[in-house]
Design a protein around this ligand. Structure first.
Ligand code: SAM
Length: 463
């Protein structure tokens, strides 16, 4: 999940607003902006957010409140706000016999005429009152916008929620206030127990983020639900990106019941679990990161999918070859309905996925003398689908760039016109001039059966 925080323009005149959720009162003007770097949230900062708002109210006998609240001539004048009550105790009524029904203005001339008419006809007291607002009333983005120096107009944008963790990627100019930001977000979101900020370096091999604790508990073991499956993993040791969940969902729908998927870069299992649980497929899932494999095995167990997902640890290039041999010679799935030839390969390591594609050249060659293998391949009459994620800097013309790099490594012309079931799908923009795509196409049987060239360390032009 992703939360976005926005702020008002810095010099916008203070006006109480009406929003879709009703009335919204502004943060007190007198709150002092923090100038000091490294400042943390204190009780004295919170106390500054106390504000009294003058309002008019109808003073009514308690049993009549409901009737007046529902009256269409009164309704337009009432205070409506998602997190405020429109009925308050009457401070002058010791026995609670009267209550105050709050209006949305302190000015009588702003109360609609038809409301005033009812007040007059029914001899209701129209009284002045004061609504007390405290720190609890304002939202995190309103508080942060008010506390940070005025030149920081666009609040650190968004954070991602992973289980109980809020994950920021703060811009440099917000770093002096990172602990304050973290503490406000922690206080304002009861489900969040840990707030972290991405540190510049990323573990390049296993793709997880180095992170700094900004607020809350140093507990990175998260449990979450996504698309019907339960996940548990240590977010400080593995890759997990909830922004890819739509893509995880979409790709899994391409798998039909009882089809076999080889996912050699499986992480904690977002494809594997969806395919096995939601699509009735089988998955040979592996990853090079032992922490990801441990979590993957846990997640398979948590979701009772041990008979549908085969888990192992190792390099994707070797695992792709190993999966094909095992599936034919020693299948891990105990069902006569499961094919002995793979139906899909997923390579989700966008930075370098294309450099792994030479693994497919001659992938079936070692099996061609196995009894019945070639017959099975030809009976199937079509190759497995490859789903390869990659980056491109050619954001305006991605297809020629991606196809050219893939074709070079696979020593085969791969394009919309030459490859079967071809699809090039934009996944997301990762930087201003860098997009992520999924290339899907049918692996040509000729390429799979071709004798493999010498084990290649193919050089791929960088995206
Ligand atoms: C971008 S993540 C994707 C993980 C998962 N498929 C997902 O969508 O969340 C790439 C994964 O590839 C793994 N990885 C990196 N190099 C690898 C290699 N040579 N062989 C197998 N897995 C590798 C990383 O540990 C990481 O879990």
């Amino acid at each position: 999940m992703r939360r976005t925080m926005t702020t008002d323009k810095p010099h916008a005149p203070r006006r109480e607003q009406t929003t879709t959720s009703g009335h919204r009162f502004g943060v007190p003007e007198r709150v002092e902006r923090v100038e000091e770097k490294g400042v943390r949230l204190t009780e004295s900062i919170k106390r500054q957010f106390h504000r009294e708002v003058p309002l008019l109210a109808l003073r009514l006998p308690a049993p009549l409140i409901g009737r007046f609240k529902a009256d269409p001539r009164i309704k337009p004048a009432l205070l409506v706000s998602k997190n405020l009550r429109s009925v308050e105790p009457d401070p002058t009524s010791d026995d609670g016999a009267h209550k105050l029904l709050l209006l949305n203005t302190p000015h009588k001339d702003e109360v609609p005429d038809e409301t005033l008419k009812v007040v007059q006809e029914q001899h209701v007291d129209l009284v002045e009152t004061r609504l007390e607002l405290t720190w609890d009333y304002w939202m995190a983005d309103e508080i942060i916008a008010r506390l940070l120096p005025q030149h920081l107009t666009h609040i650190p944008a968004s954070f991602t929620i992973i289980g109980h963790i809020a994950h920021f990627n703060l811009r440099d100019d917000f770093l002096p206030y990172k602990y304050l930001i973290g503490q406000v977000v922690l206080e304002k979101n009861p489900a969040i127990k840990t707030v972290v900020n991405k540190v510049d370096t990323i573990n390049t091999q296993f793709r997880f983020f180095q992170m700094e604790l900004l607020a809350g508990e140093p507990n990175y073991m998260v449990t979450l639900w996504q698309s019907g499956s339960r996940y548990r993993f240590d977010f400080s040791k593995v890759y997990y990106n909830p922004r890819l969940s739509t893509e995880h969902d979409e790709l899994s729908t391409k798998v039909q019941k009882n089809e076999v998927v080889v996912d050699g870069f499986a992480g904690v299992g977002p494809f594997a679990l969806r395919v096995a649980k939601n699509r009735g497929g089988r998955v040979m899932a592996s990853d090079l990161n032992p922490a990801a494999v441990e979590a993957l095995a846990t997640n398979v167990r948590l979701n009772k999918l041990a008979d549908r997902v085969d888990v192992s640890c190792g390099d994707g290039r070797l695992k792709i070859r190993d999966a094909v041999l095992r599936l034919w010679r020693n299948p891990p799935f105990d069902s006569p309905h499961i094919p002995l030839l793979p139906d899909h390969f997923i390579i989700n390591l966008p930075d370098s996925a294309i450099s792994f594609l030479d693994s497919f050249i001659g992938l079936y060659h070692p099996l061609q003398l196995d009894n019945g293998f070639l017959d099975a391949v030809h009976a199937k009459n079509r190759g497995p689908l490859l789903h390869c994620y990659c980056f491109t800097k050619h954001v305006d013309h991605p297809e020629p760039d991606i196809c050219q790099r893939v074709s070079a490594v696979m020593e085969t012309d791969i394009s919309r016109t030459t490859a079967g079931r071809f699809e090039l799908k934009f996944v997301r923009a990762v930087a201003p001039h860098k997009d992520m795509y999924r290339l899907t196409f049918e692996l040509p049987l000729e390429l799979l059966l071709r004798p493999a060239s010498a084990p290649s360390a193919a050089v791929v032009p960088a995206a």
